[in-house]
Ligand binder design. Sequence first.
Ligand code: FAD
Ligand code: FES
Length: 254
Amino acid sequence: MGKIKMTAKVLRHDIIASDIYSLILSAKDIADEAKPGQFVSLYSADGSRLLPRPISICEIDRNAGTLRLVYRVVGAGTKEFSTLSSDDTIDILGPLGNGFKPEGSKAIIIGGGIGIPPMLELSKQLDCEKQIVLGFRDEEFLSEEFEKHGTVYKSSDAGNIGVKGTVMDAIKEYGISGDIIYACGPLPMLRAISEYALANGIKAQLSMEEKMACGVGACLACVCNSTDIDEHSKVHNKRICKDGPVFYAGEVEF
Ligand SMILES: Cc1cc2nc3c(=O)[nH]c(=O)nc-3n(C[C@H](O)[C@H](O)[C@H](O)COP(=O)(O)OP(=O)(O)OC[C@H]3O[C@@H](n4cnc5c(N)ncnc54)[C@H](O)[C@@H]3O)c2cc1C
Ligand code: FES
């Protein structure tokens, strides 16, 4: 089955850190199809903001038919979503994008900032040795939930949580090694991980959360430079929304 547009009911909506919300939606048809690393587009009820906002799937519960999304309020769209209450509804489209592919036997799972949420479902589903590295600004969220699924290492910009510095500083400090890296976070973090993975011959699947418009591959608003030629546009680029958001290190420029 492909992507599904549906009206989802809000089952739970909590604030879990400053400006960070956890939203549980009843969305059985999408939950049945979704994979870790995929995302959904959320539609604003306000017609003046027509573009849907992409948010990664943080958890999938097929038995309950629910999706969990964890998002940070940064602008008008996410501010509007933050006002949703239980029993409200929201239109969503998904599952979108390609998601992570399980491989390897010793995984390094890395999440930075608001790139942390999609790594939770991946941590749950991967069946191998898991080392989880979480990078925060100065406030922790979701760490206890990750601790159920692997060994968790932390870093923070402020130095108040784990190693002071970036997730790469934590990897070096704790001597973390593996045969596959999965990561999601800000571009400078993905760039550093990509360079590290290529220099050390480790495969890396990296999820980009760049700005998007249509979210379904039609408008080319989200292209990034790639090493091979895209079949759709016949140039050296890839659409993050459709060809990604997960790419291998070396496949695109970070
Ligand atoms: C595949 C994908 C998955 C994502 N998953 C999540 C997620 O799980 N949780 C989450 O909180 N956010 C996620 N994002 C980012 C989220 O889509 C944006 O934060 C959101 O669209 C902003 O909408 P807005 O109307 O609130 O802000 P806008 O008014 O559109 O923008 C407000 C500010 O946010 C910045 N901004 C807008 N979009 C992005 C973006 N994509 N990345 C970085 N900065 C942005 C703008 O430059 C501006 O400074 C994801 C993005 C993509 C592409
Ligand atoms: S957002 Fe339109 S092609 Fe990606």
